[in-house]
Design a protein around this ligand. Structure first.
Ligand code: HEM
Length: 393
């Protein structure tokens, strides 16, 4: 260590304790104030908690690798190779090109009216019905119904997708339980049953299998892309919608502003994902030494990139704990940045925008009860959110 290199501070914070998983923001603040890099003693990994440093790390994919896995457990990291999120370089570019084909803004524009109609009808059935669990009947509606339809999954099996997606994200931590392992095994069994004959005609999955049949990709690449539509697309969007609903219900002046100025809806969605980042973290492995603000992380180290902390960094956002739809949050890191930036963000944005548009158009009042916070190791969000949609007229 050269004289001008600082000693990396050590923290005893356990980011996987139930308390920290439910209420992570206090710990994130302590980590940010402790240093630009902090050694998490319990996990034996380096954490990067500040906005600018997480952003810079995500934009150095040759130095901070994804192909060594982005979780902390072998079971999460093992299915590498044919996995867009856990690959680097040419392999990653090739897989990503396949995955993003149907996910461009232009392609999604065509699906938007149907999404809007679906969510508007669902909201219509909930108005004036008293309190309901918004996670189960409102936030999960579009991700499960509409996305499963676009991807073209067979009816049988797809009702388990939510359980599989949650289990996959939970397996990211170093310790995990039997039930999640079983769910992952069942998800893999379901994926293995997919082929061109069982998926819906004209769906994304059918197009991918057809491309594989025509020799444009391998069957394994087609399956990798299909699983990239399923596992990272459900809970993420559902939990983000839950946060948006709670944030708007708990800040009546923000909800009033949005109703008065619906052109703010796209900005409100971005502020929602910034404020309550659903993906807590992913990790990288350093291919070479990586310096952050005078701290040297050695080559071969595992580094935890704390997206949720970065988005609440007071060095970057003023009053970061405040949900404020007037804020310009376009540079938030909730979908990451750099080459692995979320491939489905346009779809997620569209789902959340039509939700808010429909709520504004129905001219409802929003009342939220106390949500139950989940303890998923990879995802921050509610397991239930009591919500009431009232009539204003
Ligand atoms: C609010 C909803 C969502 C959030 C917060 C979110 C967040 C993220 C984040 C943080 C990453 C970066 C991974 C990294 O840095 O290693 C990512 C990647 C990815 N997301 Fe999302 N996501 C969301 C919705 C979706 C949806 C709807 C889909 C699919 C339809 C999707 C598919 C993917 C894929 C395939 C990747 C890997 C991209 C790559 O490695 O090149 N996500 N997402």
């Amino acid at each position: 260590m050269s004289a001008d290199q600082a000693k990396i501070p050590v923290s005893t914070i356990d980011v996987f304790s139930d308390e920290s998983l439910r209420h992570p923001f206090k710990d994130y603040r302590v980590l940010r104030d402790t240093g630009a890099v902090v050694m998490l003693e319990r996990l034996g990994v380096y954490a990067i908690p500040r906005f600018g440093d997480v952003r810079d790390a995500l934009r150095l994919p040759d130095r901070l690798l994804s192909g060594e896995g982005v979780g902390f457990s072998d079971v999460f990291n093992t299915p590498r190779g044919m996995n867009v999120i856990q690959s680097d370089g040419d392999m990653h570019r090739r897989l990503r090109n396949v995955v993003v084909r149907p996910l461009t803004p232009a392609q999604l524009k065509a699906a938007r009216p149907q999404f809007k109609q679906m969510i508007s009808m669902r909201i219509g059935t909930l108005i004036g019905q008293g309190s309901f669990d918004a996670m189960a009947v409102l936030a999960s509606y579009l991700p499960v119904e509409a996305v499963a339809h676009l991807v073209g999954l067979p009816e049988k099996g797809r009702e388990r997708m939510l359980e599989w997606a949650a289990a996959t994200f939970n397996l990211i931590a170093p310790e995990h339980d039997e039930a999640d392992l079983n769910s992952l095994a069942q998800a893999r069994d379901f994926m293995a049953t997919l082929n061109i004959d069982v998926v819906s005609k004209g769906s994304w999955a059918e197009q991918l299998f057809a491309a594989a049949r025509d020799g444009k990709l391998t069957e394994a690449e087609a399956l990798a892309a299909i699983s990239a539509y399923i596992l990272p697309s459900l809970d993420t969007t559902i939990l983000a919608m839950g946060h948006l609903l709670a944030n708007l219900a708990n800040a009546p002046e923000q909800w009033a502003l949005l109703r008065a100025e619906p052109e703010r809806i796209p900005g409100a969605v971005l502020e929602g994902v910034r404020h309550s980042s659903v993906i807590r973290w992913f990790s990288r492995v350093t291919a070479e030494d990586h310096e952050v603000d005078g701290y040297q992380i050695p080559a071969g180290a595992r580094v935890m990139l704390l997206y949720g902390s970065a988005n609440r960094d007071e060095r970057h956002y003023s009053e970061p704990d405040r949900f404020d739809i007037r804020r310009d949050a376009r540079d938030h890191l909730a979908w990451g940045t750099g080459p692995h930036m979320c491939a489905g963000m346009h779809l997620a944005r569209m789902e959340m925008e039509v939700l808010l548009e429909a709520l504004v158009e129905h001219d409802v009042t929003l009342h939220a009860g106390v949500p139950e916070l989940g303890t998923n190791s990879g995802l921050y969000g509610f397991t239930s959110l009591p919500l009431e949609l009232g009539r204003r007229w």
